[in-house]
Ligand binder design. Structure first.
Ligand SMILES: CC(C)(COP(=O)(O)OP(=O)(O)OC[C@H]1O[C@@H](n2cnc3c(N)ncnc32)[C@H](O)[C@@H]1OP(=O)(O)O)[C@@H](O)C(=O)NCCC(=O)NCCS
Length: 332
């Protein structure tokens, strides 16, 4: 009889660039106000990377923190997975750049690749990591969500530039005979919404030209109100489905960690799921939306701040460009 493999979450880490841009700073760049941004989004400030600070640098620092917490050595990692929509380059993958940084003194040659599912990237990543470990293919996986959205933001467009930020979070997962910390995940996508939140140029649809640069097509374009309207039901659906698949009830979950895109979306999802806001983790005021890095950095903060402790059940819920959505019920 084949042995059932469980998945243990060994630990998490995160890293944010030092530079902070506040709403007051943005008032000097575009026609906006702290009051507008705060009431419409809940965001007060966001972290912004330096010009020469790359997504893989943030991923590296978050990974080092996770390694430190878990006492895992880089050479014990069998696979590196990076969820990002703001890679260092189209290719090689940011996961390969991260591998080079992690193993500067030894040759790793372990597999490494990126996955692209926008703000749901980390939930997609957990699902992939879990499947790889349970299949017996890899024992220990470093999963990272890392973004530098500031570098694909049009800083003259007030409707988007107030929303996004930079950061990275990491999780180390390993095979276990005794624990199974990922109780359930649920994923969804609907490509028919692809033109509501996207970066038009740089890929094969619109290769870079002087015109694509001059017309700022290498930056985030979004129909905010439409995104809002789809995000709420899809996050609610994902939250309910993952919970159902886990066999747990709302009352069993210690903390809900929704994607931090907009405080009003977070509140609407909590209301639809019938969760009281004191069980919902919020750090959007400090970070803005950092896409695939959001749920993992929020989880890391919730752990480090003592809001949740070993053994607690947590549900991560995300939604992003694609559209993509997903949720995961995990034990930390
Ligand atoms: C972007 C978002 C905050 C806008 O809030 P909203 O209440 O929908 O606002 P609207 O888009 O209806 O805009 C209302 C007005 O504010 C203006 N406005 C937009 N951005 C502004 C800003 N930063 N400061 C001041 N005014 C702004 C608009 O131009 C519009 O003005 P008008 O009525 O004169 O045309 C909101 O739609 C949202 O958060 N959507 C979801 C986005 C998201 O989460 N994306 C990522 C998903 S992973």
């Amino acid at each position: 009889m084949s042995r059932k493999i469980g998945v243990k979450i060994l630990g998490t880490g995160s890293y944010f660039p030092k530079k902070i841009i506040t709403n007051i700073d943005l008032e000097k760049k575009v026609k906006t106000s702290d009051e507008w941004i705060t009431t419409r989004t809940g965001i007060k400030e966001r972290r912004i990377s330096k010009k020469n600070e790359l997504t893989s640098d943030l991923a590296f620092k978050a990974s080092l923190e996770a390694l430190k917490v878990t006492d895992i050595l880089p050479e014990q990692i069998d696979l590196i997975l990076v969820a990002t929509i703001t890679p260092d380059m189209f290719f090689p993958s940011t996961a390969c750049f991260l591998q080079k940084k992690l193993y500067s003194s030894i040759s790793s040659q372990k597999p490494a690749f990126d996955l692209s599912a926008a703000c749901s990237g980390f939930i997609y990543g957990i699902t992939i990591a879990r499947a790889f470990i349970k299949s017996g293919l890899y024992k220990t996986i470093l999963l990272v969500g890392a973004e530098e959205l500031s570098k694909i933001t049009d800083w003259t467009d007030r409707s988007t530039c107030v929303l996004f930020g930079d950061g990275a979070g990491a999780m180390i997962l390993s095979a276990s005979d005794t624990d199974d910390d990922i109780l359930a995940t649920y994923l969804g996508a609907d490509g028919s919404y692809s033109d509501l939140l996207f970066m038009p140029a740089g890929g094969t649809a619109n290769p870079a030209t002087i015109n694509t640069v001059e017309t700022k097509l290498h930056t985030i374009k979004m129909d905010g109100m439409h995104v809002f309207k789809v995000a709420v039901p899809k996050m609610t659906l994902a939250g309910k489905k993952a919970l159902e698949l886990s066999g747990k009830k709302l009352k069993d979950i210690k903390l809900f960690i929704p994607h931090q895109a907009n405080m009003r979306i977070i509140k609407a999802v909590a209301k639809k799921m019938n969760i009281s806001m004191d069980k919902v983790f919020v750090n959007i005021h400090k970070t803005g939306n950092i896409s695939s890095a959001t749920t993992i950095t929020a989880l890391d903060e919730a752990i480090k701040s003592g809001k949740i402790k070993s053994g607690d059940l947590v549900e991560l819920i995300a939604f992003g460009a694609g559209f993509t959505w997903g949720a995961a019920v995990i034990r930390i």
